[in-house]
Ligand binder design. Structure first.
Ligand code: GDP
Length: 140
C-alpha cells in the first residue's frame, strides 16, 4: 500500500465546541500522522473557491456561509492509504448514516454541520493540499 497525503478540515461546528483535540486523537489512533496544521478563518470567497465543485448544488450558499462562520483547522494527514482511511475515520456525510465510532457519528450535528472535510481522491487531495499549504509547510 502506498503512503498518501490527504487534506482534512476540522469545520466551524467542531472548533466552536472545542473538539479539535478529540478529532485529532481519532486520526492518530487510526495511524494517520498530522504533517501540517493551521487554524484559519476562511472568507466567503475562499470557501466558495474551495467548494466550487458543488456550485450547482442547492446547499452551496449555505455550505459557504457555514465554512466562513468561524475558525477552521486545515491539516494534511499522511499514512498508508491515507485518503480512504481518513474517509473511514470521518464516517458518512450524514451523521445519521455514519458508522459507530466515526468522527461524524460522535460529533457531527447535521448533514451540513458535519465536523470534518476529507479529500475524496488522489487528484483532489493534491489540489486541496496546494490550496492551503506550501511544500515548506509539510513536515513528514
Ligand atoms: P463529503 O465528501 O462527505 O464531505 O460530502 P459531499 O462532498 O457530498 O458534500 C460536501 C459538504 O457539503 C458536506 O460535508 C456537507 O458539509 C455539505 N452538504 C452535503 N449535503 C448537504 C445538504 O444536503 N445540505 C447541506 N446544508 N449541506 C450539505
Amino acid at each position: 500500500m502506498a503512503v498518501e497525503r490527504t487534506l482534512s478540515i476540522i469545520k466551524p461546528d467542531a472548533t466552536r465546541r472545542n473538539l479539535t483535540g478529540r478529532i485529532n486523537a481519532k486520526f492518530e489512533e487510526a495511524g494517520l500522522r498530522i504533517v501540517a496544521q493551521k487554524r484559519i478563518r476562511l472568507t466567503m470567497e475562499q470557501a466558495g473557491t474551495f467548494y466550487a465543485v458543488h456550485k450547482e448544488r442547492p446547499f452551496y450558499g449555505e455550505l459557504c456561509e457555514f465554512m466562513a462562520s468561524g475558525p477552521v483547522v486545515v491539516q494534511v494527514l499522511e499514512g498508508e492509504n491515507a485518503i480512504a482511511k481518513n474517509r473511514d475515520v470521518m464516517g458518512a456525510t450524514n451523521p445519521a448514516e455514519a458508522a459507530p465510532g466515526t468522527i461524524r457519528a460522535e460529533f457531527a450535528q447535521s448533514v451540513g454541520e458535519n465536523s470534518v472535510h476529507g479529500s475524496d481522491a488522489a487528484e483532489t487531495a493534491a489540489v486541496e493540499i496546494a490550496y492551503f499549504f506550501s511544500g515548506l509547510e509539510l513536515v513528514g
